[in-house]
Design a protein around this ligand. Structure first.
Ligand SMILES: Nc1ncnc2c1ncn2[C@@H]1O[C@H](COP(=O)(O)OP(=O)(O)O)[C@@H](O)[C@H]1O
Ligand SMILES: [Mg+2]
Length: 285
């Protein structure tokens, strides 16, 4: 066999090819570098987010324990007072009408205080008491129904976007209804000039994003919004921006505690003067 001899490429053409190859290599390398850089940035962002969530969770837990301790002590003081008061009211025939009226007003105030303290004490118990498989859409409908007249009075439009055939969730429905009511009341109070409250539910069967399938519930209002510097405090006990006698600062703290006890999570995003969005995730298995 005779070997065919190839004529060598002219040196300029060779150089051009080499340069092109180097250029392509450099571009690939730069793209790779950019991808690694973006991935690193995303990891850092996620890490920072997790760190912030952990710090927030630790802060709320600590404040919650403090609140539960105080609630326990005050409850101990109020219990005998309430006992003596009911004994007095049993003897109402011995008192004038005016005195009985005042005793009843004192009783009402004591009952209010006691129910507030009880809510804080309930939260310090780690597990929800009675969990059963429940339909989350029905609970949402129920809490919206109870606030129907508040929507009309405040000129608030309610838009519902509930996914059909959501799986039933193992929850304490009374507690979860309380969460929905608290979030709705806050939304109403944030939309004094009227607005829209959107509530949506969505099932995420995939296991990749969270460790288990979950149902997401969104509450979105077009109200006054929350300034960025206030956002991290809204779940803390007794944090309120509402005036004296209007807010207790317990609503979101209770929501946070209830959702955490159910193994879920609650988060908030907001833009001042545009609106606020609360996102709840509850495990669906
Ligand atoms: N939907 C909302 N829009 C604007 N601000 C909100 C909203 N929900 C909660 N907030 C803010 O979070 C604070 C704490 O809420 P909450 O714990 O329910 O207590 P309260 O309603 O008694 O003030 C409120 O005082 C308000 O500043
Ligand atoms: Mg509230």
């Amino acid at each position: 066999m005779t070997e065919k001899r190839r004529t060598p490429e002219p040196p300029v053409k060779n150089l051009e090819n080499n340069l092109k190859a180097i250029e392509e290599q450099a571009l690939l390398y730069a793209k790779d570098l950019a991808r690694v850089f973006m991935e690193r940035k995303e990891q850092e962002r996620q890490l920072e987010l997790t760190k912030q969530q952990l710090e927030r969770s630790a802060r709320i837990t600590l404040l919650g324990e403090l609140a539960a301790g105080i609630a326990h002590e005050i409850n101990n003081i109020l219990t005998p007072a309430a006992g003596h008061l009911s004994l007095l009211l049993m003897d109402r025939a011995n008192f004038s009408e005016g005195v009985v009226e005042r005793l009843e007003l004192i009783e009402q105030s004591l009952m209010k205080a006691s129910s507030m303290l009880q809510q804080i004490l309930d939260l310090s118990r780690k597990k929800p008491e009675k969990r059963e498989p429940k339909d989350i859409s029905a609970i949402l409908e129920q809490s919206l129904f109870l606030l129907k007249y508040r929507f009309i009075k405040s000129q608030i439009k309610v838009e519902k976007n509930f996914q059909h055939n959501l799986p039933k969730l193992w929850i304490d429905d009374t507690q979860i209804e309380q969460v929905f009511t608290n979030l709705t009341l806050n939304a109403i109070e944030a939309m004094e000039q009227g607005g829209t409250l959107r509530i949506a539910t969505c099932y995420h069967p995939e296991k990749s994003t969270k460790k288990q399938p979950y149902v997401e519930i969104l509450f979105e209002d077009t109200g006054c919004g929350i300034p960025p510097e206030n956002l991290e405090h809204v779940f803390e006990p007794f944090y309120t921006t509402k005036g004296e006698g209007r807010g207790t600062g317990l609503g979101l703290f209770i929501c946070y505690g209830i959702i955490e006890k159910h193994g879920g999570m609650i988060d908030v995003t907001s833009a001042p003067n545009e609106g606020t969005q609360f996102k709840i995730c509850l495990p669906a298995s």
